[in-house]
Design a protein around this ligand. Structure first.
Ligand code: 5GP
Ligand code: ZN
Length: 114
């Protein structure tokens, strides 16, 4: 855990969140400022600051994050209509919390990125 990391504090329950899924390696919770009817953040429990910090040893972890997004989308019935999974990296990528997180967005028509 990184002492000054908001999402590590959410993992530790030091900061409250609306958790929708948890297992040994992942936590998923609703975004505090949802941009769509479904806006879930899927994070590894271990602290990894950005996508740039990922290595081959995290390949399975990232795969599990994507499958978690798929599973949540199916459970909410938005899988057939469609949804979006996003990983933002660093400032120009729009990253504001420096603990890797996968956004699951869905439940409305999503338009272009940018
Ligand atoms: P980023 O811009 O880094 O890709 O996404 C960070 C996300 O974290 C944003 O969508 C923002 O709304 C969300 N967020 C920031 N602070 C909190 C918080 O305290 N709790 C929750 N649940 N989400 C947060
Ligand atoms: Zn962290």
């Amino acid at each position: 855990m990184a002492d000054d990391c908001l999402f590590c504090k959410i993992v530790e329950r030091a900061v409250p969140s609306d958790i929708v899924y948890e297992d040994d390696t992942l936590l998923a919770f609703n975004d505090i400022s949802p941009q769509a009817p479904t806006h879930v953040l899927i994070i590894p429990k271990t602290h990894i600051a950005t996508v740039n910090d990922l290595t081959d040893s995290e390949a399975e972890l990232i795969g599990k994050m994507a499958l978690c997004g798929q599973s949540l989308a199916c459970a909410r019935g938005i899988d057939e209509g469609g949804y979006r999974l996003i990983l933002n990296c660093n400032a120009l990528g729009g990253q504001t919390v420096f603990h890797v997180h996968l956004h699951l967005l869905g439940g409305r028509q999503l338009r272009g990125l940018g």
